[in-house]
Write a protein that binds this ligand. Structure first.
Ligand code: ADP
Ligand code: ASP
Ligand code: MG
Length: 412
């Protein structure tokens, strides 16, 4: 019998009525002759509410306790869905991450899955039960509850599918697939029938949070058939897959954006070997990830150094950088946490020149100032002021002919 893993996100289980509707969808899949494992998120807004409660008590809540708190959101929805399924005549059993031994490392708030003990789940599905598993959570070696980072239920689902060698992993959400840009920003964005793991990984890591990055990494590594679909309407969704012929002509697959960005600059740094590591070492030691880096050398033999970090780490990074500035005799430190990153992504970019210039011209024509640039073989990213986010994404989407009837080949 085919085994299907289905994952329902926060909006999809946001009310009792929606949980009922999810139960019906699960039952429909079961009736079609499949074994079903369901992974659910917390009700929409619940994880944010819990974070807010902790923030009232502490500027930096103890990560272990935050995980104990945040994991409760998913415990509510697994129980409710199992109750609904059983009531409708389909026996279901719910499990927290710890109960099915989703074993992770001990990096609280951003733990990584190490392995999953599948025996218990296998036994249940063989008995004909529907298994409902809490997304986003696991347990470390010492039995502490861990969470997998925001959006982590996607990763739970893909990891379950990989561990149990499922036939398909379906991510049900509030949009009906992966689009050429966030459909909430670009009205004319186009749903893709399929996208490669590589491109999805790039889109996700550049801010398209329709899938958590780790879930795409897992899917690629274990060759999981992964599909993004709507919880609310029928449709084929988007298949995330190995490279296929239809993708080959696509120069640009999409526009991604990320609001979680902040920029820091240290100016007038004496220009000598080792300076970059003196500046970034303390940042790395504080467990802050640095994304883009730009260094300019001035005529006076000093250098200016700018880098970006996650917006959540902004205050912490700024205070570390001020200390470093005193130590190394830099002239000044400044920062800006009202910036965003917009990226043009496409595997096809490798064989085509001119993407960057099309991008820069389109932004310039709208008077949008580019603050930083970074490129790789399959993307070009720019940092711009936050107020230009929507406009920037829209004009790039149209500059590359990505809208519904656009011609991808003509762009660039
Ligand atoms: P869930 O709660 O179901 O996990 P998420 O909010 O995590 O849902 O992910 C779905 C959201 O991802 C959509 O509502 C959409 O705004 C956003 N999104 C961003 N980029 C894209 C994209 N390229 N295609 C589809 N959705 C996108
Ligand atoms: N509930 C968690 C979050 O809001 C996990 C998830 O929804 O995937 O981030
Ligand atoms: Mg999500």
């Amino acid at each position: 019998m085919p085994l299907i893993v289905q994952k329902y996100g926060g909006t999809s289980v946001g009310t009792i009525e929606r949980i009922q509707a999810v139960a019906d969808k699960v039952i429909e899949t079961k009736k079609q002759g499949n074994q079903v494992i369901v992974v659910v998120s917390a009700m929409s807004g619940e994880t944010n509410r819990l974070v807010g409660l902790a923030d009232h008590l502490s500027k930096a809540p103890v990560p272990r306790e935050l995980d104990v708190l945040l994991s409760t959101g998913e415990q509510v929805t697994i129980a409710l869905l199992s109750i609904a399924l059983t009531e409708k005549g389909y026996p279901a059993i719910s499990y927290t991450g710890g109960q099915v031994h989703i074993r992770t490392d001990n990096q609280h708030n951003k733990a990584r899955i190490i392995d999953i003990e599948k025996a218990r789940v296998v036994r249940d599905i063989e008995e004909g039960k529907i298994v409902v598993i809490a997304g986003f959570q696991g347990i470390d070696e010492d039995g502490n509850i861990t969470t997998l980072g925001r959006g982590g239920s996607d990763t739970t689902a893909v990891a379950m599918a990989a561990a149990l060698d499922a036939d398909e992993c379906r991510i049900y959400t509030d949009v009906d697939g992966v689009y050429t840009a966030d459909p909430r920003i670009v009205e004319g964005a186009r749903r893709m029938d399929s996208i490669t793991y590589e491109e999805m990984l790039e889109m996700a890591s550049l801010g398209s949070k329709v899938l958590q990055i780790r879930s795409v990494e897992f899917a690629r590594k274990y060759n999981v058939n992964l599909r993004v679909l709507s919880s609310f309407e029928h449709g084929p969704g988007t298949l995330i897959t190995d490279e296929d012929e239809t993708m080959e002509q696509a120069l640009i697959s999409g526009i991604a954006h990320n609001r979680d960005e902040a920029k820091l600059t240290i100016v007038g740094v004496p220009d000598k070997p080792g300076i970059a590591s003196q500046i970034l070492g303390p940042i790395a030691n504080a467990n802050i990830e640095v994304d883009m880096i730009v260094q300019n050398v001035g005529l006076d033999n000093t250098t200016d150094f700018t880098f970006t970090v996650n917006r959540n780490d902004y205050e912490k990074a700024l205070s570390i950088l001020k200390k470093t500035a005193d130590k190394i005799g830099a002239k000044d430190v400044s920062g800006d946490n009202k910036i965003v990153k917009i990226s043009v992504v496409g595997v096809g970019m490798r064989s085509h020149a001119g993407i960057a210039s099309t991008m820069f011209k389109a932004l310039a024509d709208e008077g949008i100032n580019i603050q930083m640039i970074s490129t790789s073989e399959i993307k070009v990213s720019v940092v711009v002021a936050e107020k230009y986010l929507e406009l920037g994404v829209r004009i790039l989407h149209s500059a590359f002919g990505l809208e519904e009837n656009g011609n991808v080949e003509e762009a660039g």
